[in-house]
Design a protein. Structure first.
Length: 40
């Protein structure tokens, strides 16, 4: 699972070009990923 999240974490940089509202969603998604990584 760690490899999967590492690939997903590379995507936000390209998506950061979109509006700030999208960035806020990414921050919550990243926090969820961190909790999932800790569980794994």
């Amino acid at each position: 699972m760690g490899i999967l999240f590492s690939v997903v974490n590379r995507q936000p940089s390209t998506v950061n070009r979109q509006p700030s509202t999208v960035n806020r969603q990414q921050s919550t998604v990243n926090s969820q990923q961190s909790t999932v990584n800790s569980i794994n």
